[in-house]
Each structure stands twice: as C-alpha cells, then as structure tokens.
Design a protein around this ligand. Structure first.
Ligand SMILES: NC(=O)c1ccc[n+]([C@@H]2O[C@H](COP(=O)([O-])OP(=O)(O)OC[C@H]3O[C@@H](n4cnc5c(N)ncnc54)[C@H](OP(=O)(O)O)[C@@H]3O)[C@@H](O)[C@H]2O)c1
Length: 232
C-alpha cells in the first residue's frame, strides 16, 4: 500500500518502537500521523497529532476512532511487559495486565478502527508482536502468552478483514533497544530498524515482518519436534 499521502495512527507513539513507527511514517511521506497515547503532553515530536488513548479504556478507544476517522493505517504498538508474574512465583496481576493491554487492547482498537479502515478503502492494520509469540518463557510467561494471543488475534483479523481489503501485518522481533528491554544485556536491534522493515512491508503488501536473525530462526524451527530448551 501507499504510505505517501496516507493518514496513520500509532498507539504508544511517545517513546520506544512506537515513536520510531511515527517518525518512519512521516519520513515516507504520510500526510498526517496521530500519536495515540495515554498522555498527549508526552508527545515531543513536532509533526505528530497527539490523541488521548489508553487502549484499555473502551470509551477512549471509541472516541479515538470517532476523532481519527480519516486514517488508513493503524499500528497497534502499545504494550507492556507484565512484570511480577514468573512461572512458579508471584501473583498473576502482571500477566493479567499484559493480557489486558497487549491482547484486549489490540483487539479493542482493531475493532473500533475496522469500519474506519473499510470506509477509507481498506488500508492496513499493523500489530507489533514478538519472537515470544511462538516461544513460552519461564521468566516472563504472562508477556509471552499475551503475545501468542495477540498473534492469534492478528491471524483472525487477517481473515476477518480480508473482504474489506485491509492488509493485516504481523511484526515479530526479539529484543529491541527500548525502555521495555532495559533489564537485559542481551543483543538488541534498534527500534528504527523495526520501523523501517515495517514500512518496507507496508509498501510491498507483505503480511509479516521477521525483524532479526533470532526471530527468523525461531519461525523456521516451528515445525521441529518440541525441545525443552528452544533455539533462543
Ligand atoms: N522492546 C522489545 O524488546 C520488544 C520486542 C518485541 C516486541 N515489542 C513490543 O513492541 C511494542 C512497543 O514496545 P517498546 O519496546 O517500544 O516499549 P516501551 O518503550 O516501554 O513503550 C511502550 C509504549 O506503550 C505505551 N502503553 C503502555 N500501556 C498503554 C496503554 N494502556 N494504552 C496506550 N499506550 C500504552 C506506553 O505509553 P506510556 O509512555 O504512557 O507508558 C509507551 O508509549 C510493545 O507491544 C512490545 O510488546 C518490544
């Protein structure tokens, strides 16, 4: 699809990968980019149109869809790590919150904007997923499960929105250098790399982005027999 001249909306566009998505859209010639964020004052980049949106607040989701009726690209980027819920210890609150934001938040925004995209010619819906959409993690099982659920949702949306001509893109990455991954020294790719690869996918109508070598390896290994220690 054509990014040049389009109107886009990015959730969580004030920092991290979302901020790079918004910048990349403007760099590729988007006419308008809504930064859909919990706190509009946190949007520092000129050229973005701040819009209040907590993706877990259904009234705000409905209001955002009404206010941004001109969008043809929606990027579901907002997400949290859901810390505090490890496999054998800790409460479930972090895991529940990760499900609330990453899975139900993406679902709510996608639902609300599906008719907007249909009215504007189909457009595209991009969901920011993860390598752990395919790999359970004992250290952060709640986050991994939320990303697996979000991947399932992405596949359902791809089928469900096909008839209205919406391109549904799933973006998978291992560690990306943002606040979310600041707890680990593991190798990371840049948020700008994820954004550029995603723009390339949009412009070439590709359904999936595998942003780094580890992600490509894990996806390629999905047909192998299960192993105690996955190949990451
Ligand atoms: N970093 C990684 O290693 C990595 C790898 C693969 C996938 N991802 C995914 O990439 C996406 C962006 O992550 P990031 O690394 O850029 O994280 P980040 O730097 O922590 O940024 C998270 C963004 O999500 C927003 N957000 C959180 N809860 C929200 C809510 N309820 N409503 C609206 N916005 C909300 C945050 O807004 P506030 O500023 O208001 O908190 C912030 O803008 C997430 O979906 C994450 O799962 C990250």
């Amino acid at each position: 699809m054509e990014i040049k001249g389009s109107v886009a909306l990015v959730t969580g566009a004030n920092r991290g990968i979302g901020r790079e998505f918004a910048r990349a859209l403007l760099d590729r010639g988007a006419a308008k980019v809504y930064a859909a964020v919990r706190d509009p004052a946190s949007v520092a980049d000129p050229g973005l149109v701040p819009l209040r949106l907590d993706v877990t607040d259904h009234e705000q989701v409905a209001a955002a869809a009404a206010a941004a009726g001109d969008v043809s690209i929606v990027i579901n980027n907002a997400g949290i790590g859901g810390s505090g819920s490890t496999l054998l210890e800790g409460g479930f609150d972090g895991a529940r919150q990760a499900m609330e934001v990453n899975y139900f938040g993406t679902w709510a925004v996608s639902r609300a904007f599906a008719p907007v995209l249909a009215r504007n010619g189909g457009g595209a819906l991009v969901n920011m997923l993860s390598l752990v959409s395919w790999v359970g993690r004992p250290d952060f099982p709640g986050y991994a499960a939320s990303k697996a659920a979000q991947w399932s949702l992405t596949n359902a949306l791809r089928q469900g929105l096909h008839a209205q001509g919406t391109l549904v893109v799933g973006v998978h990455a291992g560690f990306v250098d943002t606040d979310l991954s600041s707890w680990t020294d593991a190798p990371k790719i840049s948020a700008a790399t994820v954004a550029e690869l995603t723009m390339d996918a949009l412009e070439n109508d590709r359904l999936e982005v595998l942003a780094d070598a580890e992600t490509r390896k894990v996806k390629a290994g999905l047909s192998l027999p299960p192993n105690v220690v996955p190949a990451i």
